[in-house]
Design a protein around this ligand. Structure first.
Ligand SMILES: Nc1ncnc2c1ncn2[C@@H]1O[C@H](COP(=O)(O)OP(=O)(O)OP(=O)(O)O)[C@@H](O)[C@H]1O
Ligand SMILES: [Mg+2]
Length: 258
């Protein structure tokens, strides 16, 4: 199996708070890897550091054989890493199509001059982008909602639209931050099927943060468990479920220092 993401000794400090402490993980291409841990464990900070929102205090991030440590968010996106956010971040007043269209523009190769003068290159690229976005929304089951305002969609559809935005640049690696948040058991079951379908259709590797254990255990080939920024366990669903340190972290053990 091919490695797609290799994080080594990643550390992120915010003043005196050590949010990520020497974190290492390797993701195999085509798999879903779970990242779990109690609130404040450092899961979202890992996503923000991979995607260039935060600069790491130490460590390296390698994606498809290239060092992407310290790259800017748009460079990380162009390399092939898409993400969703823990708190939905859509342009609520814009339509479903416009939301995906904007995300797809990171890849547009015309300049402002061409856009203002509406040159042929601009027109062709815009048409191509638009068709691509419509196709993507069709695959995600949102094609009958293209012109609806994102903010007026039901919650589950907003979560799907977030995923559509993340897929607009056709990433190889998708980072999902609590995709099942706020969903009931049936909805999260449906989400698992949906994520599996997307993984196959778009040939994705997925790193997923999730608190719903039924989702994590049913979809992830491997799981890493964090507590206070440190990895306390890594393994298959079965190994994680029976791990003593994991049980203690979730049921409340002693505080760990950074
Ligand atoms: N921008 C920031 N400035 C200061 N401290 C931060 C910042 N971002 C995160 N932290 C701190 O880093 C730690 C890890 O936070 P993070 O949001 O990564 O946790 P999490 O595992 O995603 O938690 P949750 O499950 O609640 O989403 C917390 O102590 C948090 O307060
Ligand atoms: Mg978080």
């Amino acid at each position: 199996m091919k490695e797609i993401l290799k994080i080594a000794n990643l550390t992120k400090k915010f003043g005196g708070v050590c949010a990520i402490d020497n974190f290492s993980v390797t993701l195999e291409e085509g798999t879903v890897h779970g990242l779990i841990g109690p609130n404040g464990a450092g899961k979202t900070t890992i996503f923000n550091t991979i995607t260039g929102i935060y600069k790491p205090t130490g460590g390296t991030i390698e994606f498809m054989g290239k060092d992407i440590t310290n790259k800017k968010p748009y460079q990380v996106a162009q390399q092939g890493i898409g993400r969703t956010f823990q708190n939905i971040r859509l342009f609520s007043q814009l339509s479903v199509l416009e939301n995906v269209f904007i995300a797809g523009h990171m890849d547009a190769d015309y300049d402002l001059f061409a856009a203002i003068l509406r040159l042929n290159k601009f027109g062709k690229k815009e048409k191509y982008l638009r068709e691509n976005c419509i196709e993507l929304l069709k695959i995600l089951g949102l094609s009958d909602k293209l012109n609806e305002k994102a903010g007026s969609l039901p919650y589950g559809h907003q979560r799907k639209l977030e995923i559509a935005r993340a897929l607009a640049l056709r990433p190889k690696l998708l980072l999902l931050d609590e995709p099942a948040a706020g969903m009931n058991r049936d909805e999260s079951k449906e989400l698992v099927e949906f994520i599996n379908e997307l993984k196959e259709k778009f040939k994705l590797t997925i790193l997923m943060v999730e608190h719903h254990m039924d989702v994590v255990m049913s979809i992830c080939r491997r799981i890493t468990v964090l507590n206070f920024g440190k990895t306390i366990a890594e393994g298959t669903a079965k190994e994680i479920q029976t791990n003593k340190l994991v049980r203690e972290a979730y049921l409340g053990g002693e505080d760990a220092a950074c």
